[in-house]
Design a protein around this ligand. Structure first.
Ligand code: 5GP
Length: 196
């Protein structure tokens, strides 16, 4: 008997990063919808849960002790401290999905993307960019989620993160989100091309 299809095809790890407000979550979820056999990796975080967050869908929300325990046990493929809050990618789950031939989508920051690239150099690194700095600032404000101090902090962080992503070698594809539908199309085409 022949092997099931999923096994005939190697898995692909897709790391999507970009500044807050660039639209990377929407693009990552768009990919998950459009690419057959793709799965979205749900990270563990110590940041507080907001009204919009769904437990187990957007994140697994845990306290610092639990996060440390998982980290100490080697349970994260990568982890990072973002604005004093920790985020980590579940290692065993991701590895299992890749063995099963899935396209595994990680929506993580650049520090995390670099760590994954060191471990799994064949990953596809996709950086989502805003059309301009002004557009990024407008989008951060339009989210209505943060106060001006937080917006200024995220804007400064976004600029240094984009520079770091361009320099570090983990990201080989850059998608400018000038129009969401178009950007999703472009991301889908990139993943399909890489998957063969
Ligand atoms: P937010 O709190 O706005 O959902 O996410 C803040 C930042 O943390 C975003 O840049 C997001 O991509 C990143 N992030 C989310 N999960 C992870 C993770 O598991 N690892 C890393 N390194 N970054 C993550």
């Amino acid at each position: 008997m022949s092997e099931p299809d999923a096994r005939a095809r190697p898995g692909l790890l897709v790391v999507i990063s970009g500044p807050s407000g660039a639209g990377k979550t929407t693009i990552a979820r768009g990919l998950e919808r459009r690419i057959a056999g793709s799965v979205f990796s749900v990270s563990m975080t110590t940041r507080p849960r907001t009204d919009r967050d769904r437990e187990g869908v957007d994140y697994f929300f845990v306290d610092s002790d639990r996060f440390e325990q998982v980290r100490a046990d080697g349970g994260f493929l990568e982890w990072a401290d973002v604005f004093g809050r920790r985020y980590g990618t579940p290692r065993a789950w991701v590895e299992q999905q890749l063995i099963e031939g899935k396209v595994v989508i990680l929506e993580i920051d650049v520090a995390g993307g670099k760590q994954v690239h060191e471990r799994i150099p064949e990953m596809l690194g996709l950086l989502v960019l805003p059309p301009s700095e002004e557009a990024l600032l407008d989008r951060l404000r339009a989210r209505g989620r943060d106060d001006e101090d937080e917006i200024a902090r995220r804007f400064a962080q976004a600029k240094s993160e984009m520079a770091e992503a361009r320099a570090c070698g983990a990201y080989d594809e850059f998608v400018v989100n000038d129009d969401l539908d178009r950007a999703i199309e472009e991301a889908v085409a990139i993943v399909r091309r890489r998957r063969g």
